[in-house]
Design a protein around this ligand. Structure first.
Ligand code: ADP
Ligand code: MG
Length: 238
């Protein structure tokens, strides 16, 4: 079953068209890496899927339902940003429970969910701390924890590892892979790191100047790039 479909999607800011007729679909449980140079439209596409930006034309379909007119909170999506966007005055536990409180989930269920996710991410010792008392890697884990407690249909990540140093990035990459294997939710993952895309994704979407250049498995992208841009971009890891 298709978990996510993007049909003939166009987006303009003023007179500038930044997404040009994007077509994309992801099966349930897939890990789609969205790659391309800075400014090619990756974050805009992710924001449109999340409902944080409107479309100019075209459709966003989640589990066979057109969601163009649904508010972000009604889309059953969790998004993890590059900046983590944790609430600085709340503890890690409060950061994780906040979304559940807003949805009136009972306290016992909240606690059980936090324990389970904290265990999965190995952040139990951090639950009473505030974001300011955490390292970059720990903040990243908490941001993922906050997304995981929601158990959404769709996970969206916008360059979640780009603020981490190289060593931690490699560690977190394999953790994200393990996590995806265990949780098994459909994921769209923006990165400008070709190796990250190659190692994590079931399919890679390569974008350039608002146009989807190729959408295929890592193997196919590597072995049979659709054009010179894809060959150059995916063939030269940074
Ligand atoms: P990426 O995430 O691939 O770096 P973005 O999706 O952030 O690219 O941006 C794509 C293009 O759209 C860029 O040229 C950017 O300047 C432009 N853009 C993004 N958001 C806005 C906005 N709110 N208003 C006007 N232009 C925007
Ligand atoms: Mg971006």
């Amino acid at each position: 079953m298709s978990s996510l479909q993007i049909k003939n999607l166009r987006k303009s800011f003023g007179s500038v068209e930044v997404l040009k007729d994007i077509n994309l679909e992801a099966d349930s449980g897939e890990f789609v890496a969205l790659v391309g140079p800075s400014g090619c439209g990756k974050s805009t596409l992710l924001s449109i899927i999340a409902g944080l930006e409107s479309v100019s034309s075209g459709e966003v379909i989640i589990e066979d339902k057109v969601v163009n007119n649904e508010a972000p909170k009604d889309r059953d999506i969790a998004m993890v940003f590059q900046s983590y966007a944790l609430y600085p005055t709340m503890t890690v536990r409060q950061n994780m429970t906040f979304g559940m409180e807003c949805r009136n989930i009972d306290k016992a269920t909240q606690d059980k969910t936090v324990e389970r996710v904290a265990n999965l991410l190995q952040i139990e010792p951090l639950l009473q701390r505030k974001p300011g008392q955490l390292s970059g890697g720990q903040r990243q884990r908490v941001a993922m924890g906050r997304a995981l407690v929601r158990d959404p249909k769709l996970f969206l990540f916008d360059e979640p590892l780009s603020n981490l140093d190289a060593k931690l990035r490699v560690e977190m990459r394999s953790e994200i892979k393990k996590l995806h294997q265990r949780v098994g939710r459909t994921t769209v993952y923006v990165t400008h790191d070709q190796i990250e895309a190659m190692t994590l994704a079931t399919r890679i979407a390569v974008m350039h100047q608002g146009v989807l250049q190729q959408y295929d498995t890592p193997k196919a992208i590597y072995e049979t790039p659709a054009n010179v841009f894809v060959a150059g971009f995916m063939g030269s890891p940074n």
